[in-house]
Design a binder for this molecule. Structure first.
Ligand code: PLO
Length: 512
């Protein structure tokens, strides 16, 4: 009996040893840590991060000294910077779940009621459930549904009539508010089944609060690195809180209106879809998706719809503004798109989504805009949820990981002359179809946290640009310099303000 006990004990100890050593091996595999920028206690690498360049450009440059993967300390947080597509894909796709976490920061916590949204919320069952509902709702109202195409075309038509009016009055225009209203009305129909007229005070206030949020949130500002700085008065934090409170009032109003006339039988929009999921979870407490277990609180619903609304407006508007800047800088590209439109669509009918396949040069131009000026050049930081590795380096649980999309999209080994705006690089050799010349291209991110609005954004960008270019030629007003190609770094990379002249092309439809 004693020998049997000894044998069992021996087996147990060996098994435990094996499990521990396997775990140790799979988590660190004896790999080194990535090279690290100099760091001091408390302030971390702050002194090495001083640069006249925006962070994405600066981080790309640091590769020369530290290699494609390196780390730095933001206060007490270890941050790993990824500059190569091979490693970006390892983080986002191959090990997507391990890196699905999000850091909590002071500014994003203010925006999202402590991460109760999808974009900035940490990985959890609630997060997964919300994402699933929103994904389902966006698919239902999104691609393939004729209604969304109709909504975008109606907005494109109204945008073109405003350009027509300005042209008739010989006015040059800052297109930004008009583009924003067009894009807002599309996402507004999807989220709230409503839209804004020109000069609507609610829309004007939305423009203002949204800019205030973009200017202050998630920029790795000092208060996000050193949360204790919150103790001191800060103009940025005050502005952010003020803007968030205006946004919250708007969201609450929409929410209350929807709750008041909600019916289980009609699903008008995304907010209805979220309300329906919440109600069915509440009525079905035994199911794996009970309201509490998945956290479908009012706060979660509001933050989720706020995310989709905010993302839907700021990102697509920004891409359109960049696209127009590049078209003004490259009139020959504009001319070629117009020739393509004239020969494939003609001037008697307006472009539709089904024309996308026959307009490869326009499609290639859109791809090139998304390459050369990615909306979010550093995406949103990820967090390692367990000990793991990237490439030949070990990564500790809790490390933040920043994917430098700018490095991927401007990698000299992957793109010939990356600073040059050249839609042709996305065309096949006959010029009859689009291609992807390099896999160092992730304008919408990838993996478990890939952009939910990719399909919608692509439809909008295609339709708005094709409608505008079918009817107008865009140029810089006389005496004005060409718009700046330098963006303002933030949660989105925004271009500076500029004015354009939209000259009606001869023999086009007349807009009323
Ligand atoms: C834009 C300003 C809005 O008022 C609030 C908002 C919500 C979602 C954010 C968006 C802002 C900026 C772009 C973001 C989006 C979620 C996903 C998207 C960060 C701050 C990107 C580019 O990742």
């Amino acid at each position: 009996m004693a020998w049997f006990m000894c044998l069992c004990l021996f087996l147990l100890v060996s098994l435990a040893f094996l499990v521990v050593s396997l775990k140790f091996r799979s988590s660190t595999r004896g790999l080194p840590e990535p090279p690290q920028l100099p760091a001091l206690p408390l302030i971390g690498s702050l002194l090495s991060l001083r640069s006249p360049h925006p962070p994405h450009v600066f981080f790309k440059g640091l590769q020369g000294k530290y290699g494609q993967i390196y780390s730095l300390m933001m206060g007490s947080h270890r941050v790993i910077i990824i500059n190569h597509h091979k490693h970006a894909k390892e983080v986002l796709m191959k090990k997507g779940k391990v890196f699905a976490g999000r850091p909590r920061t002071v500014t994003t916590d203010i925006l999202t009621r402590s991460g109760k949204d999808i974009a900035f919320g940490d990985f959890s069952a609630t997060w997964r459930f919300h994402r699933k509902i929103v994904h389902g709702a966006l698919c239902m109202f999104g691609e393939g549904s004729a209604s969304i195409e109709k909504i975008i075309c109606a907005e494109a038509q109204s945008l073109c009539s405003i350009l027509c009016e300005a042209a008739a009055a010989h006015l040059s225009l800052d297109l930004s508010p008009e583009l924003t209203r067009a894009v807002t009305n599309v996402i507004c129909s999807l989220c709230f089944n409503s839209s804004y007229c020109r000069g609507d005070p609610e829309f004007e206030s939305m423009l203002e609060y949204s800019q205030g949020i973009v200017d202050t949130v998630g920029k790795d500002s000092l208060v996000d690195i050193f949360p204790w700085l919150q103790m001191f008065p800060s103009a940025d934090l005050r502005l952010l809180k003020h803007c968030v409170s205006i946004r919250d009032k708007l969201l609450q109003k929409k929410y209350d209106e929807h709750k008041a006339d909600y019916s289980d039988h009609v699903q008008r929009d995304l907010l209805d879809a979220l309300l329906r999921a919440k109600r069915s979870a509440e009525n079905n407490n035994t199911a794996e998706v009970s309201a509490e277990s998945v956290g479908l609180s009012d706060d979660h619903l509001l933050m989720t719809v706020g995310d989709i609304f905010g993302a839907g407006v700021e990102t697509t508007t920004t891409v359109l503004k960049w696209a127009i800047i590049y078209l003004i800088h490259h009139p020959q590209v504009q001319r070629r798109i117009q020739e393509e439109l004239d020969s494939k669509v003609g001037c008697g009918k307006s472009p539709q989504l089904c024309d996308r396949g026959s307009l490869p040069y326009l499609e290639a131009t859109i791809r090139e805009v998304l390459r050369i000026r990615p909306v979010a050049p550093l995406l949103i930081p990820h967090v390692a949820l367990s000990d793991t590795s990237i490439g030949d380096f070990t990564v500790r649980k809790g490390s933040r990981v920043i994917i430098n999309l700018w490095s991927l999209h401007h990698d000299e080994k992957e793109w010939e002359n990356p600073e040059l705006f050249d839609p042709g690089r996305f065309l096949n050799s006959e010029g009859t179809g689009v291609t992807l010349p390099s896999s160092s291209y992730l304008p919408f991110g990838a993996g478990v946290r890939v952009c939910l609005g990719e399909a919608l954004a692509k439809m909008e960008i295609f339709l708005f640009l094709s409608w505008i270019l079918q009817h107008f030629t865009l140029s810089v007003p006389q005496g004005h310099p060409l718009p700046s190609l330098e963006g303002k770094f933030g949660v989105v990379l925004q271009p500076a303000k500029y004015k354009v002249n939209a000259t009606p092309r001869p023999g086009r439809l007349f807009f009323k």
